[in-house]
Design a binder for this molecule. Structure first.
Ligand SMILES: [Zn+2]
Ligand SMILES: [Zn+2]
Length: 425
């Protein structure tokens, strides 16, 4: 078909410039649909042939949008500025760099458009919705820059904010994506869990046992780190994604990697260097963070699935006295260790036997019933069980090779191998 034939087919439809031009949307580039319509009208008035090569930005005549009722959009395109107002207002309290704006046109309009396509064909057409989205997006970007000095870009993958304008319901639905912050932490005090820990009695609703806090532990690394960031971003809540976790009673001095997720932040333009100092000042002696930087969503899974070797320092009480020379037997623990799921975690982990490697073990004799060990092992090595033997579920163990009961009384993670690119953390 030639454009001229299609113009003829469309002749007895009552269409506005937008809806008429949209039937030729794939002809020419750098043109808006109403400009395509103007090119056609101009050619008709001048008695020119309507051919594909006419659809060029150089051929756009000076005209004004016709304010006539339209059988397809019913004048929707005359309300563009109002629609943009709605979206601008909905976004008012949010900072963002990327956005995606969509519309939900009234169903009667979508049906009228489909009816038109059935009667006149689909060649070269663009859906009304896609034109509407583009025109609103363009105006929105301009107004954000003029009114808020906000430089924004469309992002189809993962925008900071997705806005959907429901035209029938006259309402804007927002989806505000999380702000993600990557960093490393040390936990300098024992008795702090890594993440928020709801009260086991009331599951978070508040009861006498938890003094109406809803929490088993008053603080967590997550909350201590998030506190100043929530204040700065005015976010709703957080999620904490750690590269593994140490026990509540263990310290972490080896800088553990994490991603903190701030849900529905209102402010995104925050100074992470300043916040890092703020966190470290506010919680001195409890938690410390390093290398805070913004990151992409993909890093969350990467961080959670890291299998880094770790070095631990353990203080150990022995069930019976030993002599310093006996400790040389400990070197036989280096190598592969078989660990069946420990008793203390079997309620949440599958019962199976895992093989882990102890890379190195070194010892200090403190007194005849107290020793200190430094152990470097694979990710997932259970250290407390490596010491006690956990009723022979772990073999070999410190207790087994020394021939006495052994219990870990204090544990620190002292080193964690860093992923590529972070060796200077
Ligand atoms: Zn129209
Ligand atoms: Zn409670």
């Amino acid at each position: 078909m030639q454009p001229a034939e299609k113009v003829e087919i469309l002749a007895d439809q009552d269409l506005c410039d937008h809806c008429f031009g949209r039937q030729f949307a794939r002809l020419g580039t750098g043109l808006e649909n109403y400009e395509r319509a103007w090119i056609i009208y101009e050619a008709q008035e001048q008695g020119k042939d309507i051919t594909e090569d006419l659809f060029d930005p150089d051929n756009v005549p000076d005209r004004v949008i016709q304010r006539e009722p339209c059988a397809v959009c019913r004048g929707l395109f005359l309300d563009l500025e109002q629609f943009v107002d709605r979206v601008v207002n909905a976004l008012e309290r949010y900072e963002f760099e990327t956005y995606l704006v969509g519309t939900r046109p009234p169903s009667e309009i979508v049906e009228a458009e489909e009816q038109l396509w059935e009667e006149t064909g689909l060649q070269w057409v663009e859906p009304l919705k896609s034109e509407l989205n583009r025109l609103i997006g363009k105006r929105l970007e301009k107004r954000l820059l003029e009114e808020r000095d906000l430089e924004t870009d469309v992002d189809y993958e993962r925008a900071d904010i997705n806005a959907v304008l429901d035209i029938e319901k006259d309402r804007v639905e927002l989806q505000v994506n999380s702000l993600l912050i990557h960093g490393f932490y040390n936990k300098l005090e024992r008795g702090i869990p890594q993440t928020k820990w709801p009260c086991s009695e009331c599951r978070g609703s508040g009861c006498e046992a938890c003094d109406w806090t809803g929490k088993q532990y008053q603080d967590s690394v997550e909350e201590l780190v998030a506190e100043p960031i929530i204040e700065a971003t005015e976010g709703l809540e957080t999620a904490f994604h750690g590269a593994g976790r140490e026990d509540v009673d263990a310290r972490c001095l080896g800088k553990r990697e994490f991603v903190l997720e701030i849900k529905e932040p209102q402010q995104r333009f925050i100074d992470l260097a300043e916040l890092q100092t703020e966190i470290n000042d506010r919680h001195e002696g409890r938690v410390e963070v390093f290398g805070l930087e913004f990151c992409e969503k993909g890093l969350v899974e990467e961080v959670k699935s890291r299998r880094s070797n770790k070095t631990y320092r353990a203080e150990i009480e022995l069930g019976a006295p030993i002599e310093e020379d006996d400790l040389s037997a400990l070197s036989s623990i280096e190598g592969v260790v078989e660990q069946r799921t420990p008793t203390r975690v079997e309620h949440r982990r599958a019962d199976k036997t895992r093989e882990r490697t102890v890379h190195t073990i070194s010892w200090t004799f403190v007194d005849e019933q107290t020793i200190e060990l430094e152990i470097k092992g694979d990710a997932g090595l259970y250290i407390k069980e490596l010491i006690s033997g956990d009723k022979e579920k772990t073999e070999p163990s410190v207790s087994q090779v020394l021939g006495v009961d052994a219990e870990c009384t204090a544990l620190d993670v002292v080193a964690i191998e860093k992923p590529d690119g972070y060796s200077d953390i």
